[in-house]
Design a binder for this molecule. Structure first.
Ligand code: HEM
Length: 230
C-alpha cells in the first residue's frame, strides 16, 4: 500500500488530509481578512492592493488552483468521514471522539455546507461580478477609479448597503468562525500539536482566534450598513 492510498483509505489519513488542507484554508482566511481591512485605509489603498493581486497571473492562478484543491479535498474528506462515522454508529462500532462535545464540533458538516454556499455566492458577487445576484441593480464590472482600475472600494460600499446581502455575509462569516472555533483546535489535535497540559489554553485560543476573525470580517458590512463609512 503506497502512502497516497494509505492516506485515503484510513480514517486517520482522511483526518490528516482534512487538517493539512484546513491549515492552508485558515491561512487564506487570515490573509484575506487582513487584505480586506485595507478598506479602512481608503479607496486608493484598497484598489491598489486589489490591482496588485490581479496583475500577477503567475501568482494568482497557482494560488487559486491550490486553494480550490484544498477546498475540494477538505470537503470530500469531511463527507467521507461523516458517512463512515454514521455507518459505524449504525453497526455499533462508533468510537466516541474526545472532542465531540461542543455544538460547533457536532454541527461541523452543516456549518461547512452553508459556508460552501456562502463562498459560491461571494465569488459570483465580487469576483465574477454577476449583476443579478448583487440585489442593487448596479453593474459592478463598470466601476472604475481615477486610474481606470476596478473600483473594489465602491463595489463594497454599494454591495454592502443592501441589508439582505450584508445579512447573508454576516451569517456566512458567523458560521465560518463558529466552524473555526472548533476547527482550529481539531486540526492542531490531528497534527499532534496539542499537548494535554495546554489543551484548555489551545481550545480557548481557537475560540478567541475565531472571534477576532469574525470581528475583522463583520466590521466591513457593519460599518457600511450603519453609515459609519460612506
Ligand atoms: C465581509 C467579508 C468579506 C469581504 C468584504 C470580502 C471581499 C472580497 C472581495 C472584494 C473580493 C474580490 C477581490 C477582487 O476581485 O479584487 C474577494 C474575493 C474572494 N474572497 Fe472574499 N471577502 C469576504 C469574506 C470572504 C470569506 C469568509 C472567504 C472564504 C472563506 C472569502 C474568499 C474569497 C475568495 C476565494 C475570493 C476570490 C479570490 C480570487 O479572485 O481568486 N472571502 N473577497
Amino acid at each position: 500500500m503506497n502512502l497516497l492510498s494509505g492516506l485515503f483509505n484510513s480514517s486517520l489519513g482522511k483526518k490528516f488530509l482534512m487538517a493539512l488542507t484546513g491549515v492552508a484554508l485558515v491561512m487564506f482566511v487570515v490573509v484575506h481578512m487582513v487584505g480586506n481591512l485595507q478598506f479602512f485605509l481608503g479607496r486608493e489603498v484598497l484598489n491598489h492592493y486589489a490591482h496588485v493581486l490581479k496583475s500577477n497571473p503567475e501568482i494568482l492562478w497557482p494560488s487559486r488552483i491550490g486553494l480550490l484543491s484544498c477546498v475540494i479535498i477538505h470537503i470530500t474528506m469531511a463527507i467521507w468521514l461523516t458517512i463512515e462515522n454514521r455507518t459505524k454508529r449504525l453497526t455499533g462500532y462508533a468510537v466516541q471522539d474526545a472532542g465531540a462535545a461542543s455544538l460547533a464540533s457536532r454541527t461541523m458538516i452543516y456549518s461547512g455546507t452553508i459556508i460552501g454556499a456562502f463562498i459560491v455566492y461571494h465569488l459570483l458577487h465580487y469576483t465574477v461580478l454577476l449583476q443579478s445576484i448583487n440585489l442593487t441593480g448596479r453593474d459592478f464590472s463598470v466601476f472604475r477609479d481615477v486610474h481606470g482600475q476596478p473600483d473594489v472600494y465602491r463595489m463594497m460600499i454599494i454591495g454592502f448597503s443592501n441589508s439582505a446581502v450584508s445579512g447573508f455575509y454576516l451569517l456566512g462569516v458567523g458560521l465560518l468562525c463558529f466552524h473555526l472555533s472548533h476547527g482550529i483546535w481539531a486540526m492542531l489535535q490531528t497534527l499532534g500539536l496539542v499537548n494535554e497540559t495546554y489543551r484548555t489554553t489551545i481550545e480557548r485560543a481557537s475560540v478567541i482566534g475565531a472571534g477576532l476573525l469574525f470581528i475583522g470580517y463583520a466590521s466591513i458590512p457593519v460599518t457600511i450598513l450603519t453609515g459609519l463609512v460612506k
